[in-house]
Design a protein around this ligand. Structure first.
Ligand code: MAN
Ligand code: CA
Ligand code: CA
Length: 250
């Protein structure tokens, strides 16, 4: 069965179908570990892409050069997929943060190199200062916040500082930041909230290239999805609503 969902806009219909997977050979690109919104945005910036097959369990984004009704494409039932047509997607998907001053979220780069806003809001953006002082190395700045919040609240707080929760991408970065830690446990920006065991850096939607798990971790105890760093530098998955000190990076 095929049906269009909502968003009647003049005569335009915006088609998204949850629970449908695309079977096709007309795949332009496969992008791993992407949020749904990023996936749609990647398609809208790719001249050949007409629809996407988004696999939420694996955060996998398939860009497709055909849409329903075109030859060589069929839709099959599948609870982990979402079929999204590119025509007439709402504005927020097509707004570039180069060309708008209203990007109150953060600016993410696409594989095409073009930046776009991941969040839109009419609310005036507040800002807060790093309560200690920014520690600088190279072109990166780090703020260690000694005030325990949940993982999401920590990320929100970092955003208000114009930063994000720390993403540790190299051993050098791990070593450098590890030496700054006192006796606390600290939230950093990794999570496997969408798919158990598939951790990624939330801000950039990139997979973990470097890891420093403590022995026996991650163990997903009772649904642990957020990464904390022990004072010794080792990483542990913990419950996202636990409160921890946190480290912002910009
Ligand atoms: C606690 C939690 C878990 C962790 C274990 C390790 O239960 O911090 O996240 O894996 O300790 O023993
Ligand atoms: Ca988990
Ligand atoms: Ca754990």
């Amino acid at each position: 069965m095929y049906y269009a969902e909502s968003e009647q806009n003049d005569n335009l219909i915006n088609v998204t179908l949850s629970g449908h997977c695309v079977k096709t050979s007309r795949i332009v690109n496969i992008l791993p570990i992407l949020g749904r919104k990023q996936c749609v945005q990647e398609c809208s910036q790719n001249g050949k892409c007409k629809s996407v097959n988004y696999q939420k369990q694996h955060l996998k984004c398939e860009l497709i050069s055909a849409k329903h009704g075109d030859p060589g494409l069929s839709l099959v039932l599948g609870s982990n997929c979402e079929y999204i047509e590119m025509e007439n997607q709402p504005q927020e998907f097509t707004k570039s943060c180069e060309t708008t001053s209203s990007c109150s979220g953060h600016c993410t780069s696409l594989t095409s190199g073009k930046p776009f806003c991941t969040q839109e809001s009419n609310e005036k953006r507040q800002s807060i200062e790093c309560p200690s002082s920014w520690q600088v190395i190279g072109d990166k700045k780090y703020c260690l916040v000694n005030n325990a919040l949940s993982w999401q609240a920590s990320q929100n707080s970092c955003i208000l500082m114009g930063a994000n929760l720390l993403a540790i991408e190299t051993e050098e970065e791990q070593t450098w930041i590890g030496e700054k830690l006192s006796g606390n446990d600290w939230w950093i920006g990794g999570t496997d909230e969408y798919s158990e065991g598939i951790f990624y850096w939330k801000h950039s939607y990139t997979a973990l290239n470097f890891t420093n798990w403590y022995d026996g971790e991650p163990n997903a105890l009772a649904g642990e999805d957020c990464i904390e760093m022990y004072s010794g530098g080792g990483w542990n998955d913990n419950l996202c609503n636990s409160t921890r000190s946190y480290i912002c990076e910009k």
